[in-house]
Structures are given as C-alpha cells and as structure tokens.
Design a protein around this ligand. Structure first.
Ligand code: SF4
Ligand code: SF4
Length: 343
C-alpha cells in the first residue's frame, strides 16, 4: 500500500530531475570521497555502482518512504564583506537593521529537526553572505563531521577573510569536506576590500585541503528583484527555465512572519527552493511566501512533495529566465541598499 503512495513520485519527471538524478550524482561523488568505498575499491567500483545500482537504490528508498536530500545550502549569515550589486543571494537588499546571522545553537536545532525527518543529506554547501564571518565555523564543521546523516560538505568563500588556525585544523581533519570553493573577485571593477587569496592558498596547500578556484570573466545580470505580478502559469514557466539545483535552509533566527501572527510559521527553521527564496522570506516575511517552503517540523511527505512542486511565489520576483541572459562585469560593488521595487 505504501509503495503505491510513493510510486507517484517516481512517475513525475520533475522529481526525477530534481531528486533522483542529483541524488545519484552526489552519492556517486561521496563514494569517490575519502569515506566512500573508493578508499577500498578505487574509482571503477564506484563507476560500476553509479551505472547499475544507484538508480535502483534511490528508487527503492523512495518506495520505502525514505527522504534523501541531494543538495542543501546552509545559510549561516546574510552579512558579507563585499556588496555585489548582482549577488545571487540578494545581499545587496539587506540593511544593517535586517541582517541575519544564525547562532551555532540555532543551526544545530534546525539540523536536529531536519535529521528527524530525512535519512541523508548527500551534499551540504555552507554559504553566506560570507560564511567566514560566522565566528563558530570550526565548531559547526566539527558538528557536521559527527552528523551521520550528512555525507559530504563544501564551503563557498570570497577569500576576503583569512583562515584561522582553528578552522584549518578542522578542515584538515575532516573526512567529509569535498573542497573549499574560492570565488576569484580580482576582476571586480571596483573592489573595496583586499583579497587574502595568497595566504589562503598557502594554508590549504600546506595542509592538503582540497579547494577549487573559480575564475570567470563575466556574471549574468540577475536584474532587479521585485514582484512582477505574473500569472501563475508564467511563474511556473520561470521556475522550469531557472531550475536552481539546490534548496536552502535558514534557521529560525533568519525568518519571521513579516509582522503578522506572533506564532512563527517555522519555529525550528525552514527550507526554501533556493537562496533567493530564503533571502526574500527574510526580507518580506514568511507569510508572503506561504506554500513556498518546508517548515522543518512538517511531515516527511512534505519533503518529497517539495521536489514535485513547481509553483513558488518567489519565482515571480526573478527576471525572466526564458529570455537570453545579459553578461556584466563580475562583482560590481554598490554602497546602496537596494529595494525590492522596479527602478
Ligand atoms: S561576495 Fe558578493 S556575490 Fe558573494 S555573497 Fe558576498 S555580496 Fe554576494
Ligand atoms: S526564486 Fe525561482 S526563479 Fe528565482 S532563482 Fe529561485 S528558483 Fe530560480
């Protein structure tokens, strides 16, 4: 009987694209990591698994009602050392009065609640703002390292804050760290802060900590973020054209109802379709986006339903993803606090 209920997910194309395929991809990546089977059997065994077994493995898990999150972004703070006019996480819309920085306890509460509902998180990405502004990052890494349900993680940084000895020590000892993803902002036309790239590279190399250095000459213009009042059909179309691969988690400290009911709609935190959606909920309140997010205390089935959902109010705020993208210089800095309004 249970199998029949869960079969509907496996017959859904969006679910296959957003859930099954990424789970295969990130579980394969885990198998090739330091803790995976490849430490014993080397890559060909993992490749064999990917081709023949992982699809049926995740299919069976769905039929058993298990929930595996393929790729989760954990938002530590909306504060950043830079202020990019075209930041994909909407940092340019935050003022000193509405910034969010979670506490370690707040994140642990959210993750413990999540662990009660989900069976694994294949890939966790730690993001901000700038995650190195989160003072308890080494302790968070230690917590992740000891969390059985998180398989791998990485950290995204802009390389403006040097790595402390304590942080390097945790990263060096980590068996779950995939890599540090360093964005190269040298080409920003009006960079206001010195980059610590050389010192960071040196420490990572000396301690054999994996990293990637992401250089690019241009960004795409995300345009202004504001409510466009599209039809439901067009909002859904925008979601399909964008298809952001992650989902993003903010602890309860990051979200509020937006001035309404005192009873918080997600008292232990919430998961959103992407960092734009989590930032929008911080800026405008959860009430505005009812139906867009998973309250972490929701039933397990809500987690699976989230991967077949194709209507998110937040997608009305983004530019039209069906149109060709416009390239712009990377990381143009702004002093302004942008408003969620059309210019
Ligand atoms: S460095 Fe720029 S793009 Fe990255 S989080 Fe900060 S403001 Fe956003
Ligand atoms: S809110 Fe919707 S359209 Fe905008 S980035 Fe997120 S998923 Fe894409």
């Amino acid at each position: 009987m249970q199998d029949l209920y869960y079969e509907k997910y496996l017959n859904n194309d969006l679910f296959i694209k957003r859930y099954i395929i990424p789970n295969i991809k990130w579980h394969f990546s885990y198998l090739n990591g330091k803790r995976g089977f490849s430490r014993i059997y080397k890559v060909p065994y993992a490749a064999f698994l990917k081709k023949f077994f992982l699809k049926s493995y995740f299919t069976k898990r769905v039929l058993q009602g298990k929930v595996d999150i393929p790729y989760l972004e954990l938002v530590l703070t909306t504060k950043c050392t830079m202020r990019c006019e075209s930041c994909n996480n909407l940092m340019q819309y935050f003022s000193p009065n509405n910034q969010y920085t979670s506490t370690l306890e707040g994140l642990k509460t959210s993750l413990e609640t999540l662990f009660e509902k989900v069976d694994s998180i294949q890939r966790l990405r730690i993001i901000g703002g700038e995650p190195l502004l989160f003072k308890e990052l080494p302790q968070l890494i230690n917590y992740i390292e000891n969390s059985k349900k998180i398989f791998t993680f990485d950290i995204l940084t802009n390389a403006t804050i040097d790595f402390s000895d304590e942080l390097v020590k945790e990263l060096k000892n980590s068996k779950k760290l995939r890599k540090i993803s360093i964005s190269d902002y040298k080409k920003s036309p009006n960079l206001k802060i010195p980059l610590k790239q050389e010192s960071i590279f040196k420490k990572l190399k000396e301690n054999k900590i994996a990293y990637s250095f992401n250089t690019t000459d241009t960004w795409y213009d995300i345009e202004k973020i504001y409510k466009r009042n599209r039809t439901k059909e067009d909002i859904i179309k925008n979601y399909y054209a964008c298809m952001m691969p992650c989902v993003s988690l903010m602890s309860a400290q990051g979200i509020s109802n937006g001035g309404g009911d005192k009873h918080l709609l997600a008292p232990k935190g919430a998961i959103f379709v992407c960092p734009v959606a989590s930032s929008l909920s911080r800026l405008k309140g959860l009430e505005e986006f009812s139906g867009d997010f998973i309250n972490l205390e929701d039933d397990k089935k809500r987690y699976l339903d989230f991967y077949v959902q194709d209507f998110f109010k937040a997608c009305d705020y983004c530019h039209d993803y069906t149109k060709p993208i416009k390239n712009i210089p990377i990381a143009i800095q702004t002093k302004k606090i942008l408003k969620l309004e059309k210019d």
